[in-house]
Design a protein around this ligand. Sequence first.
Ligand SMILES: *Cc1c(COP(=O)(O)O)cnc(C)c1O
Length: 362
Amino acid sequence: MKERYPRLEINLAHLKHNVARVVERCGSCGIQVAGVIKGATGDVEVARQFAEGGAAFIASSRLEQIEDARNAGIEKKMMLIRIPMLSEVEDVVRLTEISLNSEMEVIRALNEEAGKQGKIHEVILMADMGDLREGWWDKDEMADAAATIEKEMKHLHLAGIGTNVGCYGSILPTVEKLEELVAVAEHIEKRIGRKLEYISGGATSSLLRVWDGNIPERINLLRVGEGILLARDMDVFYHYDVSDLCQDNFRLKAEVIEVKNKPSHPVGEVGVDAFGHTPEYVDRGIRRRALLAMGKVDYGDPAELLPMEKGIDILGASSDHTIVDIEDAEKEYQVGDIMEFDVNYATLIYLTNCRNVHIAYV
Ligand SMILES: *Cc1c(COP(=O)(O)O)cnc(C)c1O
């Protein structure tokens, strides 16, 4: 059968290598890994690598992805990492063993539902340590919630606390931040008179502390997506050595449908583009350009695409087309040729969400 494009190739062996490597590195610091599959839209083969590579939990913000993983026979504890909607509580209890929480109303509903389903559902309470997305800001109120769960909610088990950083507020998981989190945990432990099983100190950005070897001892759970899927952020943004991780797990391939020499400045009266904007066009004279059969619908933002070859300049895109300057490319592109791109996290999410993008496992 002919290969179809645009095509996202996923190297499962390399992905599994990354899972195993991150699990091993974290393990040596006494940390378990929840493998976060939302970056690849919960693709079940991706989820399977997380499971086989040794992640302790399969985690997602979306129940649909967790349900797919379950239906694919993946037998790990499932974790919901977005605060549950009240409207999904029944499915949270049905599909997951553990969820991250920050609202008593939701927690009460989870307790009631777990009772109905004859289950004990585990909860991790989220502390907002300054990133200002989810979690309790008032830590006394959080400790009250913990005590209430411990005392009154028979169908829930308070498994631990956690935090999220580097998502909205771009706050770094410094040693001090994580020690503050441990202090919150110890405050709660005093209130409930026992140890918590989990102190979950964040996501990929907290791997920086694992690499540095200075993560506070009581942090024992991280929820890692990007650092396993792409392993780019630690390298590109923080210049950490991730040479033991594969960075070629995902490759995007698109087909050239037109190659022509054209002016680089639009000709005629300027109005707005397909999205109502008027971009700046630089006049570089007549240039050779290729048109690719993929567009914003497939990957989101053309500026985030990372051409594998030097001399390729992405000029822009509409819904279904990408326009690329190939004047300085080494290769002589022809109609029918394939152009390759590396991807970042945002692009990966779009690609795996788009039914026009054909996923191939290599
Ligand atoms: C997305 C998410 C993660 C994983 O983030 P990465 O940066 O991809 O590792 C972890 N925790 C929560 C709550 C998330 O929403």
